[in-house]
Every structure is written in C-alpha cells, then in structure tokens.
Design a binder for this molecule. Sequence first.
Ligand SMILES: Nc1ncnc2c1ncn2[C@@H]1O[C@H](COP(=O)(O)OP(=O)(O)OP(=O)(O)O)[C@@H](O)[C@H]1O
Length: 861
Amino acid sequence: MSKSKETPLMKQYNSIKARYPDALLLFRVGDFYETFGEDAIKASKILGIVLTKRANGQASHIELAGFPHHSLDVYLPKLVRSGLRVAICDQLEDPATAKGIVKRGVTELVTPGVTFNDKVLEGKNNNFLLSVHQEKENYGIVLLDVSTGEFFMTEGNSHKLKQLVDNFKPTEIIYQRKKNLPFEISSYSFQLEDWAYQFDYAYEKLTQHFKTNSLKGFGVEDLRLGIVAAGAVFSYLVDDTHHKLLDHISGIQRLPQDTFVEMDQFTIKNLEIIVGANNSSVSLLNILDQSLTHMGGRMIRRWLLMPLKDIKVINRRLSLVRYFLNNPKVTTSLKEELKGISDVERLLGKLAGERISPKEFGYLRDSLVKYLNIEQILLSEKNIDLKSLGEFKDTRETINLLINQLNEDLPVALAKGNVIKEGVSEELDRLRSLKENGKEYLENLCLKESEKSGIPSLKIDFNNVFGYYLEVRNTHKDKVPQEWVRKQTLVNAERYITEELKEYESQILGAEEKISVLESELYKKLNAEVKKSLLEIQHNTRIIATIDSLISFAEVAQENYYTQPHLDESKTIEITEGRHPVIEKQLPLGEVYVSNSVYLDDKNQQILMITGPNMAGKSALLRQTALIVLMAQIGSFVPAKNAKIGIVDKIFTRVGASDNLSKGESTFMVEMNETASILNNISERSLILLDEIGRGTSTYDGVSIAWAIAEYLHEHPTCPKTLFATHYHELNEMTGSFKRIKNFNVSIKELKDSIVFLRKLVAGGSEHSFGIHVAKLAGMPVSLTQRAEQILKTLENKDVRKDLKNRTKMLTEENMQLSFFQLDDPVLENIREEILKTDLNTLTPIEALMKLNHIKKMIGG
Ligand SMILES: Nc1ncnc2c1ncn2[C@@H]1O[C@H](COP(=O)(O)OP(=O)(O)OP(=O)(O)O)[C@@H](O)[C@H]1O
C-alpha cells in the first residue's frame, strides 16, 4: 500500500504507532478509542469487542475495534492485566476549533508495572517495578511502586536479585538491551536502550528529581550500580511512559543487605507465609492481617517478607502491640478512626500526577481529618511506648484548605461541577448566581409571554441544536406573535425563539462555560497547594500504617492467645508449648491443636532428628518452629506459652523431592541443588528445616545422603540449628557419635489394629514407619495391605543390609506360592516377570506398595 493512498487520519495514526511499536495504541477519534490492525485483533479478543474493517485509503482495508472513551476505566485494566503495554493517544486540541486534522499525541503509556489505575492495582499489595543494572557479577537493583511512591535500592549478586524478584514479585522488570537476566522470570519485562544506563546521567536525573545536590541524605551515595538502575527507572517513567509528575516519589530507602532475615522463595512458599498450600488463601499473612487500611495491609505483607534482626526495633513493635492489647479503650477508638481512612498513599500518587478526581480529593480530606483525630487520641495518652511511633507533622493548614474549599459531596468528574465551595471565589459565586437567576428569569419570561400571547400551555425548554426555545401546541399556533421566529415543526407542536430569549441564553451559557473554566483553575490551584504538604502527609501516613499493622497484631494475639516473645542475642531457641498459627485455625470442630516444646542451641542440642510415622505431625512441628521465630522477628506475638528466641538471620527449609512431585517440578536433582545452596550459605544464626531430605532416591542412597548432610551440619563451625524430619530410623544411630544430634519422635499410641496420633514430641527415636497403616487409612484394598505386611515382615526378618539378595529371593518365592490368587497361567507368568524384574535394592516402601497395587490390578482386583 503506498503512503499516498492513506487517509490523513490513518497517516497520523501510522506515524504515532511507529513510535510505539511494542504498545497497543488506543487512538482517540471523537468519542471513541479506536485500535487498528494487529492491535484491533488483539483488543477484540481480550476485550470481547466487535472487530470490523474500514477502508484504509483507496485500495485496502484495515481491522478496527473500538470502545466509547468513557469506558476506558473498564477496558484499560483488562488490557494491562493481560500483560500489554497500552499507549493512550488523545486529541490534543478541541476538534470544534481545530483547523484540518485534530492534533493527537500519546499522553500516557500504561504498563503492568507503571499504573495508577485502581482497577489494575490490588489494594493490599504493592505493585513493584523492578529495575536492574548489571556489571559483571554485580547487580544494582531498585524496586519502585509508582502508585504509592515507595522506592527501594540495593546491590548484590544474582542470588540477591533472585531473592528480591521471588519475594517482591514485581509485575514488571526493566533492564538494559543486549543484556540477559541471570534466570528465567515470569514477570513482564522490558529492555531499555544503553544510553539510559550511565552513572552521570542517572545521578543528575535523581538529584534533579529530589531537588538535592547529592544522594548522601538517602544513604545510597555509594551504590553506584543501584543509582544507574534508579536513573533508568526515571528515564522509563518520564521519557517512555510520559509520567512527569512524580513528586510523591519523595525519597529512596536503602535496602541494606543484612538488616533483614534471609528467606528464599522455597521457604516463603513452604512455610505458606503469603499464599497457602495449593494457592489457598489461608496463609500466615491471612491470619495476621486484620488491618483496616490498605496501607496497613501492604505494610504487614512487607514485614512478613522482611523480618528484622535488630532487637531494639523488634522490641519497639512488640511494646506497642502490648500497649494496644492492654488498652482496649484506646485501641477501639483508634480502630473507629482507621475504618474511615482511604488509601492515602495512592491518593498522593494521583495528587502528584494531577490526576486526582474531586471524589478522591474528598476521600483525602476525610482521611486527613481522621489522622488528626488519631493524633489527638495518642497525644492524650501519655504512654512512653507510643512515643516510638514518631510525631505527626502538622498538616492542619492543608486540611483546613480542603475543608474550606471543597463541597461536602463531590462528583467523580470535575466537569460535573459543584466542586468548589461557595465563598472561595467571588467571581465563581457571581457566575453561579447568574446561571441560577438566569434560569429563573427564563421561567418568568415564559410566564410573561404566555400571558401576553394568551397561549396557556406555553413551555420553555432547551436542546443542543438551537438552545432555549418556546414550544406551542398546534391548537394555539394561531396566537403566536409575529416577532417570534419559528425554528422547528413537530407533529403536535411548533418551537420558536425570541430575541429576548436568545439574549439571556447567551448570558446563561456564557456563565456555565466560565464557571467550568474557573472551577478547573481553582481546582488546579488547590491541587498545587495540597501538594506542598505531600512529604508531611506521607510521613503521617507511615505512622498510620504502623498503628494499623500493630493493632492488627494485637487483635490477632488476643483472639488466638498469643504471647509476647523474648528476643536476645543468644544462639538458643526455646519454645514452650508452641502451636502452628495456620493449622490450629483450620482443624475440624472439636479437635484441638496439640502444642509442642522445642529447644535448640549451638552447644548441646543443635540438630533434632525427628522421626515418627507418616501423618504424625513432623512437618507441622518443623514449620511451626520457623513460623514462631519469624512472627517474633516481625514484632508479632506468637502462638506459644513462652518463646525465647536468640535472633535468627536466615531461615532455610527444604522438603524431600517426592513431596513436590505433584507440581511436576521436582527431581532428586532439584532437591540436591537446593540443599547444596543451603549448605553453602549457612551462618551461625541460621535456622534450617530439612523435611525428609533424601527420600527422592533409593533407600540406601537416601539414608547415606541424609546421614552425610546431618553430619556436615553437625561438624560445620557455625553449628546452625536444624530440625531434621525423616523416615529413616537408621539416622537415629547418629546420636551416639555426634553429640549435638538428639533424637526425638512425634509420638503415637499403638492399639491392636490401629494407631492413634498423639502428636506430642518426645525424646528418643521411633521404631517403625507405619506406612502400611497409613495405606490402610487411605482405603487401599485389604488384600494389598495384608500382603504389604507380609513383605515387610520378610524384609525386616533379618538384617536386610547383610543378605538382601536372600531376602528378595525369599520374597519372590513366597509370592509365587500364593495359592489364594488362583490365576490363569498367562497372568501368573506376567506377575512372575513383573516381580523378577523388580530390583529390591532400589525399591522404596511407597514404590513397593504401588507395585503391589499394580499386581492387584493384573488379577482384576
Ligand atoms: N500438633 C498437632 N495437633 C493437631 N493436629 C496436628 C498436629 N500436627 C499435625 N496435625 C495434623 O496432622 C496432619 C499431618 O501432619 P504433618 O503433615 O505434619 O505429618 P508428617 O508427620 O509430616 O507426615 P508425612 O511424613 O506423611 O509427611 C496435619 O495436616 C494436621 O492436620
């Protein structure tokens, strides 16, 4: 298609689209946003809107799909959520006055990581954009939530980068073109040109933005790579996505390498901190978050991902939780206020970008009034603990401005009018009264004309075509005075205008237009005024979010009988009667969670070797220990009678490969890889949970590896505290030679034909696994479990390790003698083959059960 055949509109479209090849372009035409070509095909699929074709010049056609401009809020989130960048191209001049084709340009580029849209954002979750800058093995990393203005910077190796990506789950990652990330990511990503990654450029961009001479005040001056990554973010926001008004990004917080407890993705998943098993919502976050504001919700989530190591800071939080628990009256009145607070952080983002709607401005005003009330409540309490919250900054002037200038009830759109209060501007008041009185005048004029002309049913009305008019029903047509000008004839009536009518009309309409112009000017001015207090409001908002989070902890503690943990610098963890905070809430009615005590230190009891039958509660015990430590280190009370926690700096958990098989991700290799990464990173304050490590391979391999790992941890100079759950009773032998390994088991009571789970952790090893018993519970056929018992007896008969060959031989002979099978010859032959080809040296108990099940199927069972 030659360019000359393009219509002028399509020519304009193509030139704009050429600048945004990676984005879906929403092209404003009149009252519609249109998409063309490939974009239209995509949009129609995602949005379920009709795809049509329109002429594109003389010879060709192009696909077209569009929606009314006022539905942008409905459709935009759907496009962004489906992982698209969306460029919004608006009309930059009034079509009514434009000469030739209307000027158009992209006013905003919305991407998964750069959006202010409430429908794309999740209230209690940050929406992070992550920017990376790599030099050799080092990475500068920044995380920015552009909707709230939170901005974090750090540096580290690829391990650190992976950890941040895993923990904060950014919705978008940006990095330099021609470079690769060191691992696969599932987030949306975008690559920027090389020039955006220069230190001097970045430094200047940042100091310009923060209006400072240096970055020293933020404590990030030495993070050269981090600064480059941050510069790239600003370049992306300002130049690529057209977000120039970013005053709400008011500072950078350094994410120090070693301030927070290190937890990898597997640990966060395995401990079900944010998301429950099988993606259910019952997670630790779910239990702990009873916050009343979105800011509080986001804070608790962040705290959970970044537990503290500084006892002073933890104790400050704990004292406040205790205060809120002990002062229910104060807490109740604070909660009353918190309930009415909107998402101020995000409202400030909109205020900075001058995109806050009148209704939202009203929410900001009402929230700030609540801030004042909260400040008053706290001031009237002379408690020393409350001091640690910090002092509120004075924003009274701004609040008064909002109260005095904005009407009580506010519309969603400024164009609807009635936003600015009476008394703010004399001119506005004058125009409003003209508009109101003018209307009254017209009503009177209608009455006067009716009397004068003797037309009783004379009506005055308005339409967009010819403005105000008088309407006369046909029966009175003959009474119409000569000077009236007829404008329209309807079936039953005629419409007229008069000179006087037109004169007042122009005054009224003029007033309306002037009102709207003046009101937007005043609104803009108000926006600019309030923006001056942005930093103060942000400061106060952090206090509010902290109060909300800690009250939430107090409420949860009260509801679930949690106690205040004691933290110290020792290397001992002593939990008395601890419980699992999530499982205890999910037990069937009538069942009570059995509490357990755990003691670990680096001198005498470093590794607990925990055995016990399947389903006894080993995993629950391991996880509850880590969760109690984690809760304590975020400043929450804990589900235990008493907890003394020597600060932990890393929590590692690994679960034997077969536990993950259903997710299709786990091989023995993965299990070993992950365990290796633990062993290479341990510290003297690490807490390690190993749940059936080694079971992804044959019994002998498994026992040997598990044994070697336990031995390695025991001999390691850091003596990391470890809970080791295993089915291999052989490991109970270790305690003889390794003095800091202690045997425990989760007890059961054996009845004649069954067992009862007591769920109590007791000292000593356990005898056997009861796997067959669990198979019975699971409803395996009786003949199968009977046979499994027989096999087990044979295998256990003597020391298997010494003459295994004989045992298996015995087993196969035994099997062939089974008279009760009464098989046809070919079936018998197949079974014989099946058994003979089985290598019992590598068969795990579960595989043995599966094999039996298979054999049972062969005989039609
Ligand atoms: N202390 C407890 N009090 C009450 N119920 C418990 C307790 N511990 C565990 N349970 C219940 O028992 C179930 C099984 O526990 P868990 O998964 O910890 O067993 P396990 O010993 O690790 O089993 P397996 O070896 O098969 O993985 C849990 O889902 C929970 O419902």
